[in-house]
Design a protein around this ligand. Structure first.
Ligand code: EPZ
Length: 464
């Protein structure tokens, strides 16, 4: 590897210049040396997607609510800054611990939420439901989030309009206003987590009864409903396809612990499986992981469950399977990419069909660079298992695919560099630290140039 630079042909040099981080712009990257089976025990944090709905709900209350088991990840911290910027009071009772936060929405004066950060996260849309419900007015920058498909918000708008709000979209902002909100029956044309939670937020302070038909049943929908109910809302049926909400006038103080993150847990289950390891994943609700567990069993993993932990053991090469992503209780789209990594290394041919987000196979090109044999046609990936993956420089295109590429790096021969890890940091807390505690060799470095990147890869190649 020593004289790599001198011998690099022109085409390769062009490739390097095109993709290298610009000099002077520091970028965080993961450097991974693969080959170690992950072994040990790892604790799962609070569910990011639950927390986002709960933080929005919290600002609807003029008394102080306490939220526990909050994940300390970038999307959450951006969201907290956004609610602070409109006047919500935010207190961390233990200054060095960002997992418990106290929120009071009494001081909210500004009903317009816009800054460069909030535009990057998807869940900014929950502020429309929360502010519209409480103040009958909201203006929020249109949601960004991971680039995994078109991601329209027509069902959110349909719900708000049914409750009596005028909705206008102008210059990247969504404006919602109502003289009053009145409960209605709303049939969702597609099962949407975001629309279900958003309508639940607004309807919980509307006059009379709202029914959401064809509602999403995800555990985080139930968690947000439970938190709203603790604050005095009257919501029944969360977790089924029909949610009934009787509006109330105001909320009271509450104290709530966020459920464990089903997708973080599933990601570590896949990391254990792909590296043929033995990992106990603690602080989980095994029922929330049933679709994931069932697939791993199908592929030949050994799984042991206790009340709040799952052990995944993979003593021999996994077998192939077929996966179709579906709304809960089906197989979650947020676990699709991590399973594709496992299947890329399994024996036999597998089929994975993405039914929720049409552009969620972008990362497969990166896996192909690592030696995977994957062909994507439309929304289906055809995977022919290979004996091994080999390290490469790859780019995380979104949060879950980023985590999947890290798993691929941990299972590959040699060194992998994962670029654009900012996506991973949106939703995984201490990801590298947790993997290291299981024996994974993974380091985060600030990189300013391709030379630095090459140097890190060479250095890591010598480790172990
Ligand atoms: C949530 O996104 C999650 N994000 C996503 O997590 C997750 O992948 C997704 O639910 C599905 O489980 C948050 O909770 C912040 P949807 P959301 O509305 O609410 C279509 C992650 O990695 N649709 O349930 O935006 C939509 O296009 C992420 O943590 C409409 O057509 O997803 C999709 O096909 C990424 N119109 C389907 O419904 C609408 O108005 C489900 O989307 C809304 C959605």
């Amino acid at each position: 590897m020593g004289s790599l630079r001198k011998e690099r042909p022109l085409r390769q040099l062009f490739y390097v210049l095109r993709r290298s981080p610009q000099r002077g712009i520091m970028e965080h990257q993961y450097f991974i040396k693969g080959g170690n089976p992950l072994v040990g025990s790892v604790e799962i944090g609070g569910a990011k997607n639950s927390a986002l709905g709960i933080l929005a709900a919290a600002i609807m209350c003029d008394e102080t609510v306490t939220i526990r088991n909050l994940p300390d990840v970038n999307d959450i911290n951006v969201f907290i800054n956004a609610i602070k910027s409109i006047g919500a009071q935010i207190v961390y009772p233990n200054p060095n611990d960002r997992h418990i936060v106290m929120i009071n929405g009494r001081g909210i004066r500004n009903l317009e939420v816009d800054n460069e950060y909030i535009r990057q996260i998807r869940a900014s849309y929950y502020l429309i439901g929360a502010l519209l419900g409480k103040y009958k007015e909201a203006a929020v920058a249109l949601p960004g989030g991971c680039n995994i498909g078109a991601r329209p918000i027509d069902q959110h708008q349909k719900g708000f309009k049914a409750l009596g709000a005028d909705i206008k979209i102008d210059k990247g902002m969504i404006y919602a206003r109502a003289d009053k909100l009145v409960g209605k029956t709303i049939y969702l044309d597609v099962v949407s987590v975001g629309a279900t939670i958003n309508i639940m937020l607004a309807a919980s302070m509307a006059e009379g009864k709202t029914i959401i038909e064809n509602a999403a049943k995800e555990p985080h929908v139930v968690d947000v409903a439970q938190f709203l109910n603790q604050m005095g809302a009257d919501i029944r049926g969360a977790g089924t396809g029909r949610i009934r909400i009787n509006g109330v006038k105001k909320f009271k103080a509450a104290d709530h612990e966020i459920i464990p993150d089903q997708i973080e847990a599933g990601t570590f289950m896949c990391a254990a499986a792909a590296t043929m390891g033995d990992v106990t994943i603690t602080h989980v609700i095994p029922q929330h992981l049933e679709a994931i567990t069932a697939k791993l069993l199908d592929m030949g993993a050994q799984i042991e469950e206790t009340d709040d932990a799952i052990r995944v053991v993979v003593p021999k090469r996994l077998g192939s399977t077929t996966i179709k992503t579906m709304p809960h209780p089906g197989f979650p789209t947020d676990m699709q990419s991590q399973f594709v990594v496992c299947l890329a290394l399994a024996s036999g041919n597998s089929l994975v069909t993405e039914k929720i987000f049409e552009s969620r196979f972008q990362y497969t090109g990166e896996l192909v660079k690592m030696g995977a044999n994957i062909t994507v046609e439309g929304t289906t990936a055809f995977i022919q298992g290979v004996d091994k993956l080999t390290g490469a420089i790859v780019k995380a295109p979104d949060l879950r695919a980023g985590a999947a590429l890290v798993i691929a790096g941990l299972s590959a021969e040699g060194c992998t560099c994962v670029e654009d890890i900012k996506y991973i940091k949106r939703g995984y807390e201490n990801f590298a630290e947790k993997l290291r505690s299981l024996g994974g060799i993974i380091e985060e470095r600030e990189i300013a140039s391709h030379e630095d990147q090459e140097h890190e890869m060479r250095r890591l190649e010598l480790v172990g």
